[in-house]
Design a protein around this ligand. Structure first.
Ligand SMILES: Cc1cc2nc3c(=O)[nH]c(=O)nc-3n(C[C@H](O)[C@H](O)[C@H](O)COP(=O)(O)OP(=O)(O)OC[C@H]3O[C@@H](n4cnc5c(N)ncnc54)[C@H](O)[C@@H]3O)c2cc1C
Length: 394
């Protein structure tokens, strides 16, 4: 194998493969180095809802990159789907954000008052439905629903499918995949000259992209710059209901329920944001290590919450479950850009609960910054820069 490249991307999750896709489509010579396999990390566990409404995005720069990513994935869908390995990968349905308590109803309406104008300007606004209207739309909702927002279109794409499509599309443009663990960088002065692999060999390159998901803090050590992240546990369950059901919407509130085109249902966990922003730092969710097993106590909580919203789940059988750690920056915004340590080492990580959704905008943004040092995307690039974590001068 040729041991040089224009760009080495470390990590073959949905973020690294998207970066490789946009870079190689723009003509760059790219090597993706992945220690396990494509989508072996968080990307193999996420159902990939592209929902711009909810606690995952704050209005302003955060929501702007979410909306830009929805626009980009729709634009690139015709190209990416040439590389699909499974039919029905693009699960686009109307979305519902229902409220089951007065507190939730007030919270939803306050959130929409804050983010609605930005959503509507991007053509992604919603209509408020009262209790009777929302149950007429989705008869499978339980009788306690008080109302909610109806979004005309919410995309869902499994992270592992999307990562494999990005990688195949990148390979069609000449990108290469190397299975190895990166253990460090080589550098001269303040410029990286390559990456070191665990067998001691190196790949020389002009740029490095760190897309290591929950393992990104290792790069803090290589760079001598803080990349503060936590590993936010999440889990999901695949359910089947004897006789089948027809859930017409992606339903996303405290929990998410959706139906795959083959009829299977997916029930997923999202821990509550804490009042005033941030996340509740409970032992159940913030985990120091990447864990792939579902926690029985979370399964019970998830199932009971699901049942209180959707009474038909009493007949459901769990046929599979998946769990993974979500790479979450401490201020919940993704980290995209360089650090003062080395100007040709680009960070693309910390996307938390929205990495699949944000993959397209991240890939395009990193590609633009690597190749041109600027982007034409209508985004405030500085807002995502890891330089925001620059330690204060003592
Ligand atoms: C239960 C659950 C539900 C979710 N739901 C959604 C959702 O609905 N919508 C959404 O958008 N997102 C969702 N997510 C979040 C999403 O999955 C993540 O944000 C996203 O997958 C992160 O992608 P990544 O490429 O940064 O990390 P990863 O997918 O973890 O990829 C990092 C890769 O880097 C590799 N690596 C690490 N270190 C090295 C090294 N030194 N050398 C070589 N390779 C290395 C790892 O092996 C791994 O493959 C969910 C996640 C979970 C767990």
């Amino acid at each position: 194998m040729n041991r040089t490249a224009d760009v080495v991307v470390i990590g073959g999750g949905v973020i690294g493969t998207s970066v490789a896709y946009f870079l190689s489509s723009a003509g760059a010579d790219v090597v993706v180095v992945e220690k396990e396999e494509i989508a072996a990390g968080a990307s193999g566990h996420g159902p990939g809802f592209f929902n711009a409404f909810g606690g995952d995005f704050s209005p302003g720069d955060h929501l702007a990159i979410g909306l830009e990513s929805i626009r980009l994935i729709r634009e690139h869908m015709p190209n990416l789907e040439q590389y699909q390995e499974e039919p029905n990968w693009f699960n686009d349905r109307p979305g519902l954000a229902p409220a089951f308590s007065e507190d939730a109803l007030t919270h939803h309406q306050q959130m929409y008052a804050a983010s609605g104008p930005q959503l509507e300007a991007a053509g992604a606004g919603a209509e408020w439905l009262d209790a009777a209207e929302i149950r007429a739309q989705e008869p499978l909702l339980g009788p306690d629903v008080l109302g909610g927002y109806l979004f005309p279109s919410v995309i869902q794409v499994d992270g592992w499918k999307l990562a494999r499509m990005y990688m195949s599309a990148a390979q069609a443009e000449g990108a290469r995949l190397e299975r190895a663990e990166v253990t460090g960088l080589t550098w001269t002065d303040e410029t990286a000259t390559g990456v070191v692999l665990s067998d001691g060999s190196t790949i020389s390159c002009h740029h490095v992209v760190v897309a290591m998901g929950s393992w990104t803090p290792a790069a803090s050590v290589w760079l001598g710059f803080p990349l503060p992240m936590c590993n936010l546990k999440g889990q999901l369950h695949i359910l089947q209901v004897p006789g089948g059901v027809d859930l017409k919407h992606h339903v996303i509130e405290r929990i998410a329920l959706m139906q795959y085109p083959n009829g299977d249902l997916l029930l997923a966990a999202t821990p509550d944001p804490a009042p005033g922003g941030g996340l509740r730092p409970t032992d159940a969710y913030i985990r120091p290590l990447f864990e792939k097993h579902a926690l029985p106590e979370d399964t019970t909580l998830l199932y009971e919450t699901g049942l209180s919203r959707f009474p038909f789940l009493k007949d459901a059988e769990v046929v599979d479950d998946l769990a993974g750690g979500r790479p979450m920056s401490v201020d919940l915004l993704p980290m995209i850009g360089t650090t003062p340590a080395m100007s040709n080492v680009h960070i693309a990580s910390g996307h938390g609960r929205k990495g699949i959704h944000l993959s397209a905008a991240t890939g395009k943004l990193v590609s633009d910054l690597v190749l041109d040092g600027k982007t034409e995307l209508a985004l405030n690039v500085d807002a995502y820069s890891p330089r925001r974590f620059m330690p204060p001068k003592m």
